[in-house]
Design a protein around this ligand. Structure first.
Ligand code: APR
Ligand code: PHB
Length: 393
């Protein structure tokens, strides 16, 4: 097989890149190791920054998002039984966020790709990226159901690794530098068939641990609670989960947490990770293949969007002018935004989670940081600007 751009991975990064390139007159081939149902069902992110919403609309992939997505103008911080609302438009000159799950973004992009785009090959596993330093990089891959050892090769002008943290593309970048931090806790996440108990997201810092109230629709709640990193989701009964969430959301007023049947339960590990550079020759890395953020800042999907918007612009520029200047600037351009998101995600994580072994002094520091945000427009603005999104490119 032969194509201009070979994309490994059909998560948000790979699917949006394929759409942006299609709109620029370039039709890539997308290789995805899992089946369509897995990609469309994988519960992960839920918040779209203003910039991401704009990109999806401009790419012709925002119609259902605008119909079904929930626009949110703020979040609530909850600590020491207090409630403080952060007003995004007032602090950022009108920016807000959209609650619309990455599962829905992927469904919309897959439908468009199958209708108008180039080949989207599910159950097709990329085995290796070769020749990235040449002008004819290639991807060795195995089609679903092929005999053991039966391999194909995709000849490309460019290869983009959108294959997530556990993919193969990153290993084809020699001499990469990695920067990493793991955390001694993770998130136990649930989906529940119950109307959200608040109309915006609630981030709670409690002596017993962090809790987050989010949502998927007016009738489906998404909630998380901090647990030790090695927790088995099945070790928590539904009642234990609701009881613990109730404790961590406690306030001095009469707010109550509505309960309902839990339909999904899983534990997400917590990690900060950056791989530099995000390019080697004609191989580019985008999204989780290049960087991971703890989910506290809701940055993962939005960072992937920034990467692929920057890369699609650079590839279209190369096709139109023959100039490599934007491709040569890709890694540095993305990493500047990546590190801002890493800083914000780390700050939000250390602000709201009770680290095992934290001293009473450190506990008081957390409360002082939260009190500062609740009482200083400058501190609150930093959070609002970061949460609603860093400029792309
Ligand atoms: N060959 C083909 N496909 C692969 C391979 C491989 N060797 N390895 C991984 N994949 C596929 C995975 O099955 C997955 O569908 O690549 C895709 C990677 O998708 P994501 O992990 O979602 O990564 P990305 O697209 O960068 O999305 C980043 O989106 O869901 C949010 O917050 C989440 O941070 C995450 C962000
Ligand atoms: C989600 O709805 O899944 C979600 C929302 C905000 C976060 C993380 C996850 O910070």
């Amino acid at each position: 097989m032969r194509t201009t751009v070979g994309i490994i991975g059909a998560g948000p990064a790979g699917l949006l890149l394929a759409r942006l390139l299609h709109n620029a007159g370039i039709d890539p081939v997308v290789l995805e190791s899992r089946d369509r149902a897995y990609v469309e069902r994988r519960q992960r992110a839920g918040i779209l920054e203003q910039g991401t919403v704009d990109v999806l609309r401009e790419a012709g992939a925002g119609e259902r998002m605008d119909r079904e997505g929930l626009r949110h103008d703020g979040i609530e911080l909850r600590f020491a039984r207090r409630r403080h609302r952060v007003d995004f438009p007032a602090l950022t000159g009108g920016r807000s966020v959209m609650v619309y799950a990455q599962t829905e973004v992927c469904k919309d992009l897959i439908a468009l790709q199958l209708k108008e785009g180039g080949p989207l090959m599910f159950e097709t596993e990329a085995l290796a990226v070769e020749g990235a330093e040449t002008d004819r990089p290639r991807v060795r891959f195995r089609r679903g159901g092929a005999e053991e050892g039966a391999e194909d090769v995709l000849e490309c002008d460019y290869v983009v690794g959108c294959d997530g943290f556990w993919g193969v593309a990153r290993s084809a970048v020699p001499d990469g530098r990695t920067f990493e931090r793991t955390y001694p806790f993770g998130w136990l996440g649930i989906l529940a068939d119950v109307a959200p108990s608040h109309d915006e997201l609630v981030y709670a810092r409690h002596d017993r641990g962090f809790a987050l109230l989010s949502m998927r629709s007016p009738s489906v709640s998404r909630l998380y609670l901090q647990v030790p990193a090695d927790t088995d989701a099945d070790s928590w009964s539904d009642e234990q989960i609701w009881d613990e969430l109730e404790r961590r959301f406690e306030t001095d007023d009469d707010w109550t947490l509505r309960r309902g049947p839990i339909t999904q339960k899983s534990v997400t590990p917590m990690r900060s990770y950056v791989h530099e550079p995000m390019r080697h020759g004609r191989l580019f890395l985008a999204g989780d293949a290049a960087h991971i953020v703890p989910p506290t800042g809701a940055k993962g999907l939005n960072l992937a969007v920034g990467d692929v918007v920057t890369l699609a612009r650079a590839l279209a520029h190369r096709t139109a002018t023959g100039s490599d200047d934007l491709l040569d600037a890709y890694s540095a351009t993305c990493l500047r935004r990546v590190w801002q998101a890493e800083r914000f995600s780390y700050d939000m994580t250390t602000l709201l989670h009770t680290a095992p072994g934290a001293t009473p002094f450190e506990d008081r520091l957390q409360l002082a940081r939260l009190d500062r945000i609740a009482s200083s427009r400058a501190a609150e603005t930093d959070l609002a600007e970061a949460y609603t999104g860093f400029p792309i490119g």
